[in-house]
Design a protein around this ligand. Structure first.
Ligand code: C2E
Ligand code: MG
Ligand code: MG
Ligand code: MG
Length: 281
C-alpha cells in the first residue's frame, strides 16, 4: 500500500516535470519565433545630469511583445535566451535596433545623446563580439558616438585579461563602456582601476539602502569617490525619490536614472519627451 502511494507520488512528480519541460520548450519555441516575427521591442529610459538636470543619455531596455500575454519584462526571458543560445541573435538585434533608432532621431534633428545597450556575459565571451560591434557601427560614421555598452560587474571580473582586450578594442572604435549593477559583484579595486571603462553604474540596491542607514550613505559616498579617483563617471540607478536625488547630488554623483525622472518609454515617446526639448528635465 505504501509502495503504491510512493509510486503515485512519483508519477505525479514525473507528470509535473514533463509539464514544466513542455512549458519551457514552448517558451523557447515562442522566443525563437519572436525574433523572426519582430516581437521584441526596445524601451528607453533617460539619464540626467544631477546638477543641471540636462539629459545625458538613454538606456535601451528590451521587452517581448508576446501576442499571447502582452509585454514581457526581460527578467522573465533573458535567462531562457541565455540558456538556449538565442541571446546571441537577440543581443545583436538589440544593438542594431538601438543604433538604428539613434540615427533616425539624429536625422530628424533631435538631441544627440548616447544610447546604452546591455550586453550579456555570453555575448562578451563570444569570439566574434568585437567584429559584431564593428559591423553594427558600419552603417554610419556617426554611430559610434551614439553607442555605450553596459557590462555587468560580475561578468567583467570573470576573465579580466580577456575582457580588458575586448573592451579596449570596442572603446578604440569610439564606443563607451559602462559597468552595470556595480556593487553586486566582487570586483577587486586593482582590476577596477585597470578596466577600460568610462562609467560606473551604482546598483539600485545601494541607492535604496542609502536613505535607510548612515552606513548606506557612507557606502555610496565611498563608491562615488573611488570611481572619481579612477576618472570614471558615476550614474545612480533606480532613483525613485527626491530625497535620494538630493543625497546623491550632495555626494557628488554625476548622473541619475530612475522612476523619479521617468520609467522606460517606447522609443517615440522617449524621443518626443526627452530629445525634442533642449534639456532641463
Ligand atoms: P539593468 O540594466 O540594471 O536595467 C535597469 C532596470 O531597472 C530596468 O529593468 C529598469 O526598468 C529598472 N528601473 C529603472 N529605474 C528604476 C526605478 O527607479 N525603480 C525600480 N524599481 N526599477 C527601476 P528592466 O527593464 O526590467 O530590465 C532588467 C534587466 O534586464 C536589466 O537590468 C538588464 O540587466 C537586463 N536587460 C534589459 N535589456 C537587455 C538587453 O537588451 N540585453 C541584455 N542582455 N539584458 C537586458
Ligand atoms: Mg543596464
Ligand atoms: Mg543596471
Ligand atoms: Mg541594476
Amino acid at each position: 500500500k505504501k509502495a503504491k502511494a510512493t509510486g503515485n507520488r512519483y508519477l505525479f512528480f514525473a507528470h509535473k516535470m514533463t509539464e514544466r519541460v513542455a512549458e519551457r520548450l514552448s517558451l523557447e519555441g515562442r522566443l525563437r519565433q519572436a525574433l523572426e516575427r519582430n516581437e521584441f521591442v526596445l524601451y528607453y529610459q533617460p539619464k540626467i545630469n544631477l546638477v543641471n538636470g540636462a539629459l545625458t543619455g538613454g538606456e535601451a531596455l528590451i521587452r517581448w511583445n508576446d501576442p499571447q500575454t502582452g509585454l514581457v519584462p526581460p527578467g522573465l526571458f533573458i535567462p531562457v535566451l541565455e540558456e538556449t543560445g538565442l541571446i546571441f541573435d537577440v543581443g545583436r538585434w538589440a544593438m542594431h535596433k538601438a543604433i538604428e533608432d539613434y540615427l533616425r532621431w539624429l536625422n530628424a534633428g533631435l538631441a544627440s545623446v548616447r544610447i546604452a545597450v546591455n550586453v550579456s556575459p555570453l555575448q562578451l565571451r563570444s569570439r566574434s563580439f568585437v567584429e559584431e560591434v564593428r559591423q553594427a557601427l558600419s552603417v554610419d560614421p556617426r554611430a559610434a558616438a551614439g553607442l555605450e555598452l553596459e557590462i555587468t560587474e560580475s561578468l567583467v571580473m570573470e576573465d579580466v585579461a580577456h575582457n580588458i582586450a575586448i573592451l579596449q578594442a570596442v572603446r578604440d572604435m569610439g564606443v563607451t563602456i559602462a559597468v552595470d549593477d556595480f556593487g553586486t559583484g566582487f570586483s577587486s579595486l586593482s582590476y577596477l582601476s585597470k578596466l577600460p571603462m568610462d562609467t560606473l553604474k551604482i546598483d539600485r540596491m545601494f541607492v535604496n539602502d542609502m536613505t535607510a542607514t548612515p552606513q548606506g550613505e557612507a557606502l555610496v559616498s565611498t563608491i562615488v569617490n573611488m570611481a572619481h579617483s579612477f576618472q570614471h563617471k558615476v550614474v545612480a540607478e533606480g532613483v525613485e525619490t527626491e530625497a535620494q536625488r538630493q543625497i546623491l547630488r550632495r555626494l557628488g554623483c554625476d548622473e541619475m536614472q530612475g522612476f523619479l525622472v521617468s520609467r522606460p518609454l517606447p522609443g517615440d515617446t522617449f524621443a518626443s519627451s526627452f530629445l525634442l526639448a533642449p534639456s532641463g528635465h
